[in-house]
Design a protein around this ligand. Structure first.
Ligand code: FES
Ligand code: FES
Length: 195
């Protein structure tokens, strides 16, 4: 008898543990959609080119169609189903909604997962291919429309909703930056000596 070609694996998705039997060749995308009924993550090209299947693996963007489900064990998988806080939309989702950052919506879960990571990567000072000055002392580059387009370039939109997508990412990034500075100010105030 040859080696077994399937195993029971445990995946950590949106903070919940799921144990499922899979053929070792199963992609993370198929495990999500076909085995776990988490169909928010979309299949576009199934070959790593469109970004529709973007999820976060330990907070970093990954195309789920090019990941084997077995290799996602022990990692934190975040899908679009885990982005909102109950009925409260995440600010990135709200910005897409308010600014019409979609038409048919098929690419939208991937766009939103990607945008979440873009905002974090930018705030952490990661340069992109269009950042003029990549020296550490230059600090965090301004999140211009050109920067957003470059950083989101792995996510295609067949409807061409790009103009609104860029605006939505910019708005969500601004909201996240002002939340961060409000939190920083609150921490600073907490440390002020009481008169
Ligand atoms: S379906 Fe994965 S990149 Fe297109
Ligand atoms: S909104 Fe239709 S593919 Fe992007």
């Amino acid at each position: 008898m040859g080696p077994s070609t399937s195993s029971a694996i445990t995946l950590n998705i949106n903070g919940e543990k799921y144990t499922l039997p899979v053929d070792h060749r199963t992609t993370l995308l198929d495990a999500l959609r076909e085995h776990l009924d988490l169909t928010g993550t979309k299949k576009g090209c199934d070959q790593g080119q469109c970004g529709a299947c973007t999820v976060l693996l330990d907070g970093r963007r990954a195309v789920a169609c090019l990941q084997l489900a077995v290799a996602a064990q022990g990692r934190a998988v975040t899908t679009i189903e885990g982005v909102a806080d109950g009925d409260r939309l995440h600010p990135v989702q709200q910005a897409f909604l308010d600014l019409d950052g979609y038409q048919c919506g098929y690419c939208t879960p991937g766009q939103i997962c990607s945008a979440l990571a873009v905002i974090e990567e930018h705030a952490a000072g990661w340069p992109s291919a269009v950042t003029d000055d990549v020296r550490p002392e230059a600090g965090v580059p301004a999140l211009t429309a050109e920067e957003i387009r470059e950083r989101m370039s792995g996510n295609l939109c067949r409807c061409g909703a790009y103009v609104s997508i860029v605006q939505a990412v910019a708005r969500a990034a601004e909201a996240s930056a002002s939340d961060a500075s409000a939190a920083e100010a609150a921490t600073f105030q907490d440390k002020e000596p009481v008169a």
